[in-house]
Every structure is written in structure tokens, then in C-alpha cells.
Design a protein around this ligand. Structure first.
Ligand code: FAD
Length: 436
């Protein structure tokens, strides 16, 4: 008997974990291939939930998925550690040692051989070289960072509640970047402080305590949505008391303010950087694989990297070639999900020695959640090819269904039903906002 084909997926996020799970079920269980997932963390949290974790409307521990358990249930191996390099000649990747909180090495550096390699390590915040971002701003690029922001927020609220004297309490949060992440975080934060006040922080005036400013360099927020929808969202945010500032490019962040090119300064107790993404630095030094100017791996329409047909890339870490008037593939969970499904089919074709077909992205539209307040966006009509504005419960349902589709890929239909039921039943015994 020949050795099984070795499939290594690096990055267990929105796209990579779906692919490893489904490839494990389809090929690993039957011994057709040995599937290994590599991730630098031990647990998975779906990235579009990070603003809810940061605001506290979602408990990180209740939504994290243990890679080792998922691997056991779905017939793949899990290897914990960060991708450090590739040796394309030997068809091996190098995984960095894992280090514990005391700085002691837990697992040494390893080499993993592959026949098919899929790189799906997502993105990191693009600071565009702006000084002070790393030191003074939070970038919601990992669950740990979102959790750190949340703890800082709770401490600031508690501190304000127990402040001496009668000084008015306020917390100034400046969010740089008016894309979906910044907008959703602003709305979610507003809701959190209202709820916190109801949980015993009575010295906080929930309407005036939090002063949120959303700063964007462009002429309007939400550039991926039609202008009329961006206008509605701006109005909705302003109704909540969020100050929306456009055409102001942040050029420096200090411990106390955000400075812009026009010379303005926005005082900030907490600064969030949500102004764009790029590929991690490691992508630029992967044994000659081609990258673009923001470190994303260049791929062919088949999702194979341009210089190595055995190495594929999907999701935020890849740059898909735009064909004619077709939609650009955005750095979004829905794109990573579609690419993972496509790659599952491609791997089956590869195992049979058949040629691979091109990936075609279907743009279903974009939705922005304003938390408890509203969901708004545009959906594509497939027959007409036009986009339609949606709002209210239908938009909320469509927004939530993207996460349900992710859970469906990870746990199947019964798993999604049980998860939904369990969360519904637990609502009565948990606070609406995480309080620690
Ligand atoms: C707050 C927020 C809200 C969002 N909302 C939406 C939304 O509503 N709709 C939407 O479509 N998209 C949304 N997005 C974007 C979406 O989350 C990403 O586009 C999507 O997660 C990309 O999927 P991915 O599989 O490429 O990477 P990710 O989901 O980011 O996963 C990358 C994985 O790789 C691992 N990793 C990273 N580096 C290494 C390394 N060196 N070695 C090993 N493992 C590594 C990480 O731990 C992670 O598990 C949102 C993003 C944010 C931050």
C-alpha cells in the first residue's frame, strides 16, 4: 500500500479550519490522505466575532473551539505552532517552537512534510507606518487582543464608577478606520456601557460616559457599501452619540491622542486601529513565493500560488487575480468560506490526478451589524445582478446566517441545532455583557 497523500493546512481560521475539518471527514477518515492543521493558537474563534468579544457582548470562552478536540472528531492531526518557513525543494514547512507564559519552551521547532500545502494564515493590522499604533492602540486582530481590550474597558468603567468626589466620568474611545470593524465596534461599545450601568455601575451616566469618535481618512465610512447605505449607517451612529469624522488621516498615535494630517488632535483614553489589513511578514519570505505589496500571496484562478502548484493559499493572506468585470475577492469571511469549499473539491481532483478548475467568487453583498440597534446593508439579487438595501430582522437573520454557515461546516446540521438551542437556553443564566 502506498503512503497516504499528506495535506497540510496552515491557519485554522474562517477558511482553514473549515477546509481541515471537511478534508479530514472526506479523506482522513478513509485513509485516502493524512490531513494536518497547523495553527499558532490552541483554540479557534471566528474572527468576525472579535468586536463583540472586545465590547463584552460575547464571552470568548463560550465560543472558542479546541483544535485538538475538533481534530479528533474529524480525523485530522493538529500541530500547534506558528509557520516559520518553507523548504519547497524538500516539500517541508518549519513550525516555530511554542513558548509558555514563563518563556519556557513547550514544543521544539519541527519540520512537517507535505504533498499539498494550503496557507490560510489570515491577516494582521496594516499600520501604514503610522508611529505609535503598536504602542498605544488596540488592533482587533486576535481573540487575545480583543479580550485585552475588553478587560481594559471593564476596568475603566469600574474605576469611573468608584471615582472619588463628584468629577464627571467619561471614557474617550477613538476608533481609526470606518470600515465594518470600526463601525460595528462603535455600536457594540455603546450598547455595552448601557448594559454595564444596569449591572450596578450606577455612578456612570450611560448616555454620557462613553464618548466614541470614529475617524476615517476617506470622504465617507463603509467604502464597500453603496453611498446611501453608508449615509444611513452614519445617521444611525450619530443618533447613538458616536461622532463620525471623515477625510481625516491619522498620522500619529500617542498615549493620549490621535493626531491627523490636517493638524487636528482627538483625545483618547482608548485607541483602536481598524484602518486596514495586510499579510503577516512571514509570507514575504516563503522560499520565493510571490507576494504583492501588502504581503499577500499571489495566486492563480485555481488558488495555486503563482510559483508552486503544490502550494495553495486562501482567505485574507492571498491575492486573487481580478478577471475582467468580475467582483474583486475581498478579505472577508464569506470569501474564505467559498474558497475553502472550492479547495475541498480541488483536493479531490488532485488525488484523482485530474485538472483543477478556477475559483469563482459569488458576492452575496455586505451587511453591517449595529449590535442591538440594527443591521443594515446590501444583498445581491442574483437574477437582476443588482444590489438591494436590506435592514431590520431580515438583515439580522442574513448577518447571523454567515456564522451559522461556519458552524455548519465545522459541526454539521445536528451540531448547529444543538449549539443554537444550548445558547438560547443559557441566555437566562448569563449576564448580557461579560463583566470580568
Ligand atoms: C471585528 C471584525 C469583524 C468582521 N466582520 C466580518 C463580517 O461581518 N463579514 C465578513 O465576511 N468578514 C468579516 N471580517 C473579516 C473576516 O474575519 C476575515 O476576512 C476572515 O476571518 C479571513 O479568514 P481567513 O481564514 O483568511 O483568516 P482568519 O480567520 O483570520 O484565520 C487565520 C488563522 O491563522 C492563524 N495564524 C496566523 N498566523 C499564523 C502562523 N504564522 N502560523 C500558523 N497559524 C497562523 C490564526 O491563529 C488564525 O486561526 C471581520 C473581521 C474583523 C476583525
Amino acid at each position: 500500500m502506498s503512503d497516504p497523500h499528506r495535506i497540510v493546512v496552515v491557519g485554522g481560521g474562517a477558511g482553514g479550519l473549515e477546509l481541515a475539518t471537511r478534508a479530514g471527514d472526506r479523506f482522513g477518515g478513509r485513509g485516502r490522505a493524512a490531513v494536518t492543521l497547523v495553527d499558532k493558537n490552541e483554540t479557534h474563534l471566528w474572527k468576525p466575532l472579535l468586536h463583540e468579544v472586545a465590547a463584552g457582548s460575547m464571552d470568548i470562552h463560550a465560543h472558542q473551539l479546541d483544535y485538538l478536540a475538533q481534530a479528533r472528531w474529524h480525523h485530522f492531526n493538529f500541530c500547534c505552532g506558528a509557520l516559520e518557513g518553507i523548504d519547497r525543494g524538500r516539500r517541508e514547512i518549519t513550525v516555530a517552537p511554542t513558548i509558555d507564559e514563563r518563556g519556557a519552551e513547550v514544543i521544539p521547532r519541527r519540520r512537517l512534510p507535505y504533498d499539498t500545502l494550503v496557507i490560510a494564515i489570515g491577516s494582521v493590522a496594516n499600520t501604514f507606518g503610522v508611529p505609535g499604533v503598536a504602542e498605544h492602540a488596540y488592533a482587533l486582530e486576535s481573540a487575545a487582543e480583543a479580550d485585552r481590550f475588553h478587560r481594559r474597558l471593564i476596568n475603566a468603567c469600574i474605576q469611573a464608577n468608584y471615582r472619588p468626589g463628584s468629577a464627571p466620568a467619561s471614557l474617550r474611545v477613538v476608533i481609526v478606520g470606518g470600515g465594518a470593524t470600526g463601525v460595528e465596534l462603535a455600536a457594540e461599545l455603546h450598547n455595552t456601557t448601557r448594559v454595564l450601568a444596569a449591572y450596578g455601575l450606577h455612578n456612570i451616566d450611560s448616555e454620557r460616559f462613553l464618548q466614541i469618535t470614529l475617524v476615517d481618512a476617506g470622504p465617507r465610512i463603509l467604502p464597500m457599501l453603496p453611498e446611501r447605505i453608508a449615509r444611513s449607517v452614519t445617521e444611525a451612529l450619530e443618533d447613538l452619540g458616536v461622532r463620525v469624522v471623515t477625510s481625516e488621516q491619522a498620522v500619529e498615535i500617542t498615549a493620549s491622542e490621535i493626531k491627523t494630517r490636517s493638524g487636528k488632535a482627538f483625545p483618547a483614553d482608548l485607541a483602536v486601529w481598524a484602518a486596514g489589513i495586510k499579510g503577516a511578514d512571514v509570507l514575504a519570505s516563503l522560499d520565493g513565493l510571490e507576494t504583492n505589496r501588502i504581503n499577500q500571496l499571489m495566486v492563480l484562478p485555481t488558488l495555486q500560488t503563482t510559483r508552486d502548484p503544490d502550494i495553495f493559499a486562501l482567505g485574507d493572506c492571498s491575492a486573487f487575480p481580478r478577471a475582467g468585470s468580475g467582483p474583486a475577492v475581498p478579505p472577508a469571511a464569506q470569501a474564505a468560506h467559498q474558497e475553502a469549499s472550492h479547495l475541498l473539491r480541488s483536493i479531490a481532483l488532485r488525488l484523482d490526478g485530474r485538472p483543477l478548475g478556477p475559483f469563482r467568487y459569488r458576492d452575496f453583498g455586505s451587511l453591517v451589524s449595529l449590535g442591538e440597534y440594527s443591521t443594515i446593508g446590501s444583498l445581491m439579487g442574483f437574477l437582476s445582478g443588482k444590489s438591494y438595501r436590506v435592514e431590520g430582522w431580515f438583515a439580522r437573520f442574513m448577518y447571523l446566517s454567515l456564522y451559522k454557515m461556519h458552524l455548519y461546516a465545522l459541526h454539521g446540521p445536528i451540531g448547529v441545532i444543538l449549539d443554537t438551542l444550548a445558547r438560547f437556553l443559557k441566555r437566562g443564566t448569563e449576564p448580557a455583557v461579560k463583566l470580568h
